[in-house]
Design a binder for this molecule. Structure first.
Ligand code: BDR
Ligand code: CA
Length: 311
């Protein structure tokens, strides 16, 4: 099985990403490392524990993550994901607690134990991953790939220039992109192409069982929002990263160099993307960036995983 750590800030779309990975039996999810992002850390931890219990996966350890960004304090997304972080969905109080181990120590330990096969899927601010890289400089030799949801080639969603995950900890993102570990980036531009329509939602609900019911409630809120705003469908950013990791052929990528603006007065957290690398201009590619998505197959991946979770 492919070993994975899911670094996340659940988060409604984080929950869908988690369901997709859990419903694909080719993965061995070694642990979940919540990070301060959509909500303060304690919310994201609790939501991660509740989602594991909902899916019957209390066996997956949830680790202690970062409660604030490296240099910019605690940056959260306010009420974008509802009061608790899972929209209008309420889940039973978790039985389990967060492990008594820090996310960065766990990431390193697992990476070494997996002998270079570990993949990190990071769908929140990159603070935990950056902490791991700072504390363990040779971590880069052990991680196979980091696939993130974050950044944008065009406009931002949190500020005019920046996407939320990168804005929330721009310094961490800069460290991760510069780490030398192969990166895959699903930015806003491709996430907007992976919309979910009311018809897709009906298929998702029809997967049946308690997990699909929660998924349909979470996705339904986004589809409703899109309908009100005249958009073709709801956006589930983090789910696109799950799709890429599950089946690379669903996403078309381009090799680019990505760096992060950390000092711009108006552009803090902007991903700066260079397409062309020439001998005299030194921007060698460090990232496979999602450019296009096969939307029907993206929906199929969501439905298939939810169907598997209902077995
Ligand atoms: C990203 O920010 C968060 O609100 C979502 O969970 C996603 O990871 C989108 O900009
Ligand atoms: Ca997220």
């Amino acid at each position: 099985k492919r070993p994975i750590i899911l670094d996340c800030d659940p988060g409604t779309d984080d929950a869908i990403c988690l369901f997709m990975l859990l419903g694909d039996e080719r993965f061995d999810i070694k642990g979940i490392t919540p990070v301060c992002g959509n909500k303060p850390l304690s919310f994201c931890e609790k939501n991660a524990l509740q989602l594991c219990e909902l899916t019957g996966r209390e066996d997956i350890p949830v680790l202690k993550g970062a409660s604030q960004s490296l240099f910019c304090g605690e940056r959260t997304a306010g009420n974008v994901h509802g009061a608790g972080g899972l929209g209008s969905v309420t889940l039973p109080e978790p039985h389990k607690q967060v492990e008594d181990q820090y996310a960065w120590d766990f990431i390193y330990q697992q990476a070494v134990a997996c002998k270079g096969e570990l993949e990190i899927v990071a769908i929140g601010p990159l603070t935990n991953v950056a902490n791991a890289l700072l504390k363990y400089p040779n971590l880069k030799d052990y991680v196979k790939r980091i696939s993130i949801m974050g950044g944008a080639k065009g406009l931002g969603n949190w500020t005019a220039a920046a996407e939320f995950n990168i804005w929330a900890d721009p310094h961490a993102a800069k460290i991760v992109f510069a780490s030398g570990i192969p990166m895959a980036m699903m930015g806003l531009d491709i996430c907007f192409k992976a919309y979910v329509t009311a018809d897709d939602l009906a298929r998702i609900r029809a997967a049946g069982g308690p997990v699909a019911e929660v998924a349909a409630a979470l996705i339904g809120e986004r589809v409703g929002y899109a309908e009100k705003n005249g958009r073709p469908g709801g956006i589930l950013c983090d789910a696109v990263t799950a799709a890429y990791v599950m089946d690379e052929s669903v996403v078309q990528t381009v090799d680019v160099h990505v760096d992060v603006e950390t000092r711009g007065i108006l552009t803090e957290g902007k991903t700066v993307i260079t397409y062309k690398h020439t001998e005299d201009r030194h921007f060698p590619p460090n990232t496979k960036m999602g450019e296009d998505v096969d939307r029907p197959r993206f929906i199929d991946l969501i439905v298939n995983s939810l169907t598997n979770l209902n077995r």
